[in-house]
Each structure stands twice: as structure tokens, then as C-alpha cells.
Design a protein around this ligand. Structure first.
Ligand SMILES: Cc1cc2nc3c(=O)[nH]c(=O)nc-3n(C[C@H](O)[C@H](O)[C@H](O)COP(=O)(O)OP(=O)(O)OC[C@H]3O[C@@H](n4cnc5c(N)ncnc54)[C@H](O)[C@@H]3O)c2cc1C
Length: 272
């Protein structure tokens, strides 16, 4: 029998509805298009691929490029919220000072702009069956963490550690009262940071089943993965820990090393 892979779906072409600087270093871009109503209503916290047009490219040119190639510049983001009834998706972009194609696009976006959207993936934490949760996020993973905290059961317990670039980057997050929030300011995200690890190392570790939701700069995430997996014996399936960006690397370079690094880390952890 001859089998073939299904054809890849062309990403959706979405328009910018509005943008807002929600904190000094975070830009919210609200995207819209009729197809949004057909996306899963519970995908907040799931990742998506954004395809970024070249400066000056028309909608028709960009659509043709998405359909026929070459694939436009693509970056990974998180669905911060989705409102299927009004066809709106919010994506929160860190406005970092070493901007690449995606962050510069978001900085300049107006309601005349558009981009491609592929996905979304499933949210990373959907089964709230742990006794305690550890959430650790830098600004790139605030959308992931906020979306998860919003849907946690009201009686959930744990700790959330957020590393932000300025005190004003703190956001109001709807979270269970039993999740203790720590906000740490680190104005220089381009230098490897241990501030989250230092705090988490000092935590009284609970008895019972622990689940983690850890994401952000890769070296910080790697240290935290070792901490929770090797020192605190969190089961691999309960330990979400994912590098979202890499100091000094574009996403294309980062994605290449990420999988190899994660596999090597897990092989090393298997010997503990
Ligand atoms: C599953 C997943 C979900 C993600 N969700 C989000 C999200 O919701 N919001 C978000 O802002 N990011 C998110 N990211 C991270 C985002 O994909 C990267 O930050 C990406 O590099 C941004 O693309 P760019 O074009 O701006 O920069 P690139 O061209 O990729 O990189 C240019 C330069 O910017 C630096 N850089 C990249 N990101 C940052 C940063 N956050 N702070 C400081 N310097 C940086 C790089 O080291 C590089 O030197 C996510 C990543 C993954 C894997």
C-alpha cells in the first residue's frame, strides 16, 4: 500500500486588529480573521508559529509566499488568549533590545499589518492532578504561565517565580490563592541568570506529587530541569521544562541545538 504524508496546511493569514504596550517590555498584538472562530476555544497557553512578512510585502505577495514558498521567517509564540466569538487572538511579544524579525514586527505593527499563523498546539498543563505546582517563567514564558494559572483549580497549591526586566513589567495574574507568587527583577536578560534557581533551591519542597511548568532562557531552564529532576526527583512526565530562547542565538539556531541538548540532559538524568 502506498502511503503519503498529508499535505501541510497553509497557515492562516491574520490581520492585526490592535496593539498595546501592556507593560514597558511587553507588546500585546491582537490578531483577527474569520478562521479564528474555528480554532479550539481552550488553546490559550498552546504554542503557535507566526510567519512574519518582509517589510513592504503586500498581503497578496505574502499569501502567495505562504502557499508556494519559500517559507517566510517563522517564530514560535504562545496564544495568550483567544475569543472565538469575536475572532480575536492575543499574542504577547517581549520587546527585547536585540530585536529579531518577530519582535521588531510587533514593535511597528499597526492595524494595516498582517502575519501568518500556524497551530495552535495544546496547552502544556491541562491535568491538574498534582499536590503542588512549580511555575518558573521569564518574560517570554509569562503568557504560558498566566494562561495555565488562570485555569488552575481554585484550591491548587504551589509557587510561581517570575523573572521580569523591570518592576513595571509585573502583571496582574488571575491565580489560585495557594500559588505563592515571587517577582524578581533582572534588567539584563542577555547575561545568564541564576535568580530563579537561587530562589527555588531555597524552597521547602513539599511531599506528594509535583508538576512543573518551567520555560524561558535556555541555560536557566537547563539548570532548573536538573534541579527538579535530579535533586527533587520530579518524574519526567510531570516536569515540563522548555528553553524558549537562547542568549546570542536567533530562534533558528536555538531550535537546532535545543532537541539535542534536551535529549542529552535526559540521558544524563537517567543515571541519577
Ligand atoms: C513554545 C515557545 C513559546 C514561546 N512563546 C513566546 C511568547 O509568547 N512571547 C515571547 O515574547 N516569546 C515567546 N517565545 C520565545 C520566542 O520564540 C523567541 O524569543 C524568539 O527568538 C523571538 O524571535 P525574534 O525574531 O524577536 O528574535 P530572533 O531573531 O530569534 O533573535 C534575535 C536576538 O534576540 C535575542 N532574544 C530572543 N528572545 C529574547 C528575549 N525574550 N529576551 C531577550 N533577548 C531575546 C536572541 O538571543 C538573539 O540574539 C516562545 C518560544 C517557544 C519555543
Amino acid at each position: 500500500m502506498i502511503t503519503s504524508n498529508p499535505p501541510e496546511r497553509t497557515p492562516l493569514l491574520l490581520s492585526v486588529l490592535r496593539t498595546a504596550r501592556i507593560t514597558p517590555n511587553m507588546i500585546r498584538v491582537t490578531l483577527t480573521g474569520p478562521a479564528v472562530s474555528g480554532l479550539p476555544a481552550d488553546c490559550a497557553g498552546g504554542h503557535c508559529k507566526l510567519l512574519i512578512p518582509m517589510p513592504g510585502q503586500t498581503r497578496a505577495e505574502f499569501l502567495a509566499q505562504m502557499q508556494n514558498g519559500p517559507r517566510p521567517t517563522t517564530r514560535t509564540y504562545t496564544v495568550r488568549s483567544i475569543r472565538c466569538d469575536t475572532n480575536e487572538i492575543d499574542i504577547d511579544f517581549v520587546a527585547h533590545d536585540n530585536p529579531g524579525p518577530a519582535s521588531s514586527w510587533a514593535e511597528l505593527a499597526t492595524d494595516l499589518d498582517f502575519c501568518g499563523f500556524a497551530g495552535p498546539g495544546r496547552p502544556k498543563l491541562t491535568r491538574f492532578d498534582a499536590d503542588w505546582y512549580l511555575i518558573a517563567a521569564d518574560m517570554s514564558a509569562l503568557p504560558l504561565a498566566s494562561a495555565a494559572l488562570e485555569i488552575m483549580p481554585k484550591d491548587a497549591r504551589g509557587v510561581a517565580v517570575f523573572e521580569i526586566m523591570s518592576p513595571e513589567d509585573r502583571q496582574e495574574i488571575i491565580a489560585p490563592r495557594g500559588i505563592v507568587q515571587h517577582w524578581i527583577v533582572n534588567p539584563n536578560p542577555h547575561k545568564a541568570s541564576t535568580v530563579q534557581e537561587d530562589l527555588i533551591t531555597r524552597l521547602d519542597w513539599p511531599n506528594g506529587r509535583v508538576k512543573t511548568l518551567i520555560a524561558g532562557e535556555t541555560s536557566a531552564v537547563r539548570s532548573l530541569r536538573f534541579l527538579v529532576r535530579a535533586q527533587r526527583a520530579v518524574d519526567r512526565k510531570d516536569a515540563y521544562a522548555s528553553g524558549y530562547w537562547h542568549i546570542g542565538m536567533t530562534e533558528d539556531g536555538h531550535q537546532q541545538v535545543k532537541r539535542a541538548q534536551t535529549d542529552a540532559d535526559e540521558a544524563a538524568l537517567a543515571t541519577y
